[in-house]
Design a protein around this ligand. Sequence first.
Ligand SMILES: O=C(O)CCC(=O)C(=O)O
Length: 213
Amino acid sequence: MEIAPGAHHFPRVLSTEGQRTLAQVCRALVDGPVPAYVPIVRGGGAMHVRMLCLGRHWNAMTYQYESTRSDFDGLPPPPLPPELRTLAREIAAQAGMIIDPDLCILNYYDANGRMGLHQDKDEGPESIAAGIPVVSVSIGDTARFLFGGLKRRDPVDTIALESGDAFVFGGPARLRYHGVSRITPGTAPREIGLSGRFNLTFRQSDEACRALS
Ligand SMILES: O=C(O)CCC(=O)C(=O)O
């Protein structure tokens, strides 16, 4: 379903079994040796998610990617698992887009989880100018996803992102504002054994663009 030029919502790209497997992978990662944490942003406020970056770390103080978590514990982020990279590539292809992601931001939302309207613009000028998409995959509780325009004050569409859904925004939609206003607790399919919501956003940084060229 094309929401806007370059923005596609794919309901239930993951089967129930696929969601269950992904939930297990995400849980093992966020509770693993390099655990998810609640980032403090540069204004001093705490984010309303637990975050774990894979491949490269997004520093919430500098809004830059780096090889160690210098705003938290100094550890290198876990690598991006190859099967997740493949999943992102396949979903982008369904939208007619190409990505070779080198990083993923994995966020866990509890019942009070949310994320303010923002643009994803830290991946670098080359990646953004090329319109390389952000590929988002959601599992667990349904989120009220807000998808706006290129200016913060533009009107927003509200889209329910359910468990197993993907959302891809690239090309002319790459810099659209987006966020999550709320989670609906208890809406995750019972079979996947997850309370709350995981969202994974796959991205390709300029470093990866240069390595490929
Ligand atoms: O959780 C979502 O659906 C959106 C996540 C997001 O906007 C981000 O990680 O930048």
